[in-house]
Design a protein around this ligand. Structure first.
Ligand code: ADP
Ligand code: ZN
Ligand code: ZN
Length: 802
């Protein structure tokens, strides 16, 4: 028997499975999706079995054998194995990367698997007893015969033993020690045999007689009986009780916020939308829906109802939410409906917690997963619906290899299972809306808010006008007035600062020099708390200079606005206001995000001030005012999605106000009030924005009219990178059709990062049959030749930004 194995050797230039002989002992166990240890060169490496066959082209004396089994059951199902192959081609990545991305990090680490005995009494197999030699835990690799492996597999399914990865102490499976007390007659016998001075043991056994046959955790038994662990140990040795270790899952921190009330009746719009989804659930035919509904229109309520139907059909649900919207408020709505059937997967979990959640899914103990991007690979085996909330979010695209988009993976998995995909958004991506307009996706629309509240009134404030009137504050007169009113009436306020490209920088007023990073072609950002300048690209830090490095003038100071600076100004303007600041600095600690939101929801602050992370998902009844301090900052990014991002952000932020009984008001401050993305955000109508933006995209040849692929080159040597970029571009020109536009090579927008010079080449095409093959060849050229000269080249199909 020969196994095809994908080995975990990332640097190896060739991406293909290798053939290995399956030792006879493993023949009955081995199957695709199992991990193994194999010899590779002069090392032992991890590999994934992707196929089993009876013949090979390799000379038999050249073949090596599999060393060890890491799993007894597949950790990757056949569906996911196929998906990984597809993913590798789609994203031009290695199959090993596509496989690894499907498993929790704890399983990718260095590990060993151990057998743990759970129920000693039921272990009767001689060979197995011989393996144990009295031990309760043995490394799986010691089991090396076919019969032994079979026994282990059976014992595992009968829960007599467990076989699991022990990663590191903190990520290992958490086990709770349970004590099961014997029946009374046996206890009486032991009692009589006790030595007269064993008073404590006597006491404990008498206590146990009252509780014969019961099971306690050792902690509660010790607490209730008031006996020492040593005494307990002695009576267990005498046979008065059994110890067993029961697996317990680390429960991710329970949210302290309550669920919103479950609405009894759906609105008419909701009924129509849910009707379409239900028929897809029933029909078992894959269909992708774009659920376009204004903020607060009841999209989440539709997800919950659709999932209910799916569960009743005996199937499972995957719900993806952008990381920053994965708040306790969001997840508690799912937990309130589906209780312990919900697993939550987000990046704030420890490796061990993620592993636990993954195993709950793998074992079918939960039926719904709510998680960020990578939850799309949840190892369910009977998926009935896949939901992507806020489908337009850029975070659904992974930035490292494999550079996949969760939306594409969702649609692919749904095809396999014949189930619906719901893409939900108040501001769909242009790509998705265009597909819905063409009938590729089914468009479902919710025009009105679920409780019929009006959308908040949006006011655009021209900050240039404020300056002319002599107001140098970052708050316009109108916004300041509105804030004051809310503080007086005890209503709550969200102030949104879009920090991207807008953080404070240090500038010399005499010669105009901006202090830049010595390693990168970008200005340094001023951090008030530490009084230092930091580079957001490479991490370089330095103290704030007292003199201009160019002209030695002392008139050097910082400009721009950061959240800390806004907080100071609020305190000056509104001394009684209680402010919560939420940004990368205040949420670095685990659980900080939840804590701040909880404080705000409990009314412990008047103003929530923050960056992108407060734009989404918040649903608090008392928020009646939203202020956007500077809307322009995303507009000036040199990216074709700049207007789209600005419109989305403005709409999302505005949607936080007036979601309940109290009406909402929104102020958007800007230096470019005439820009269409800002003007149309005021009306909060998606359609006009879509039309306007589509015209611009058509004119400049960008998605969704064209597909784009970005090839990036970086090298420490400017001449070398220019040379390789030239070579790469030439290769593409020689191999792709003339209809494909090849733009470049050009220097990247940030032309140097961490002392590496960056070039890029952009491909635009409508249809390019040679694309995948050509890019694969280019990558091969890079992997086998160019990489040796210190070049780094990345290829990204359909990047989120360029
Ligand atoms: P979205 O996901 O579109 O922002 P939600 O599903 O969160 O909207 O609904 C917004 C608010 O309206 C929530 O508080 C929700 O409980 C409520 N809601 C949703 N559907 C209904 C309904 N049919 N009747 C009354 N309230 C509803
Ligand atoms: Zn100067
Ligand atoms: Zn830098």
């Amino acid at each position: 028997m020969i196994a095809k194995v994908i080995v975990d050797v990332a640097a190896y230039p060739i991406d293909r499975p290798f053939d290995y002989i399956v030792p006879v002992a493993m023949e009955s166990i081995i199957e695709p999706g199992i991990r193994v240890k194999v010899p590779f060169g002069n090392r032992k490496v991890l590999g994934y079995v992707t196929g089993i066959k009876n013949e090979t082209d390799i000379a038999i004396d050249k073949l090596k054998s599999i060393d060890e089994l890491i799993d007894l059951d597949p950790v990757i199902s056949s569906e996911l194995l196929d998906l990984s192959r597809w993913l590798a081609v789609q994203t031009l990545s290695y199959e090993i990367d596509a496989l690894q991305v499907m498993l929790p990090a704890a399983m990718r680490a260095k590990y060993e698997k151990y057998i743990d005995v759970v129920d000693q009494e039921k272990v009767v197999d001689e060979e197995f007893l011989n393996l144990l030699k009295g031990r309760k835990r043995v490394p799986l690799k010691e089991a090396d015969t076919a019969s032994l492996l079979k026994v282990i597999k059976n014992y595992t399914s009968e829960k007599i033993i467990t076989v699991d990865t022990i990663v590191r102490q903190q990520t290992a499976i958490k086990k709770v020690r349970m004590i099961r007390i014997e029946e009374a007659p046996k206890l009486h016998v032991i009692l009589e045999s006790l030595h007269s001075n064993a008073k404590k043991q006597f006491e404990l056994i008498q206590w146990m007689i009252q509780r014969e046959g019961q099971t306690f955790t050792s902690k509660s038994l010790l607490e209730q009986s008031g006996i020492s662990p040593a005494t307990l140990k002695s009576v267990i040795e005498r046979g008065a009780a059994f110890e067993e270790y029961v697996e317990s899952y680390r429960e991710p921190e329970a949210p302290g916020m309550k669920d919103v009330a479950i609405p009894v009746d759906l609105t008419e719009e909701q009924v129509v939308a849910l009707g379409h989804i239900s028929s897809s659930v029933k029909s078992g035919v894959a269909e992708t829906f774009l659920l376009h509904g204004v903020t607060g229109s009841g999209k989440t309520e539709i997800y919950l109802r659709a999932i209910k139907e799916v569960l009743e059909k005996g199937q499972e649900a995957i719900v993806l939410v952008p990381e920053i919207a994965l708040t306790p408020q969001m997840t508690s709505r799912f937990k309130a409906r589906f209780g312990p059937l919900v697993a939550v997967m987000h990046s704030a979990l420890s490796a061990g917690e993620k592993y636990d959640e993954w195993r709950k899914i793998q074992r079918g103990e939960v039926k719904v997963v709510v998680g960020a991007r990578s939850a799309i690979f949840a190892p369910f085996k009977n998926v009935g619906i896949i939901i992507l909330d806020e489908e337009h979010e850029a975070t659904y695209k992974q930035e490292d290899t494999p550079r996949y988009h969760a939306r594409d993976v969702a649609i692919k998995r749904a095809e396999y299972y014949g189930c619906p995909v719901i893409l939900g958004s108040a501001t769909p991506s242009l790509e998705s809306y265009a597909r819905a307009s063409k009938g590729v996706y089914t468009l479902l629309t919710l025009m009105n808010r679920a409780r019929n509240q009006a959308l908040p009134a949006v006011e655009i404030v021209d900050m240039r006008e404020e300056l002319r009137l002599g107001n140098r504050s970052m708050f316009s007169l109108d916004l300041a007035e509105a804030i004051r009113k809310r503080i007086d009436s005890g209503e709550q306020i969200i102030l949104f600062l879009n920090r991207r490209g807008f953080s404070a920088f240090v500038l010399c007023r005499d010669c105009g020099t901006v202090v830049e990073c010595p390693n990168c072609d970008i200005s340094l950002t001023y951090h008030r708390a530490s009084e230092r300048l930091k580079c957001h690209y490479c991490g370089h830090e330095e103290i704030v200079p007292l003199k201009c490095p160019e002209c030695t003038s002392e008139h050097i100071r910082f400009f721009g606005t950061g959240t800390q600076k806004v907080e100071e100004e609020i305190t000056k303007l509104f001394p009684t206001a209680r402010v919560l600041r939420m940004d990368v600095d205040t949420t670095r600690q685990k659980g900080a995000h939840e804590r701040l939101l909880r404080q705000f929801s409990e009314g412990k602050a008047d103003i929530l001030l923050g960056t992108q992370m407060i734009a989404k998902g918040l649903d608090f009844p008392n928020i009646t005012l939203v202020g956007v301090l500077a809307a322009d900052t995303t507009l000036h990014l040199s990216d074709f999605r700049a207007a789209e991002k600005t419109f989305q952000l403005m709409t999302q932020v505005s949607g936080r106000a007036g979601r309940h009984e109290l009406p909402g008001e929104v102020f958007i401050q800007t230096y470019t009030p005439e820009h269409y993305a800002i003007q149309l955000a005021k009306e909060q109508h998606y359609e006009p924005f879509y039309k306007h933006e589509m015209a611009a995209r058509r004119q400049f040849g960008y998605p969704p009219f064209y597909f784009v692929t970005l090839v990036q080159f970086s090298h420490e040597d400017l001449l070398k990178v220019a040379d390789f970029a030239e070579k790469g571009t030439r290769f593409l020109k020689d191999n792709l059709s003339i209809d494909t536009q090849i733009i470049g090579p050009t220097a990247a927008a940030v032309s140097r990062v961490n002392n590496r010079y960056r070039y890029q080449c952009l491909l635009k095409y409508k249809k390019e049959p040679m694309l995948t093959e050509t890019l694969q060849q280019l990558i091969k050229l890079y992997r086998t030749k160019w990489i040796k000269s210190g070049l780094i080249m990345t290829v990204e199909v359909e990047p989120m930004s360029i």
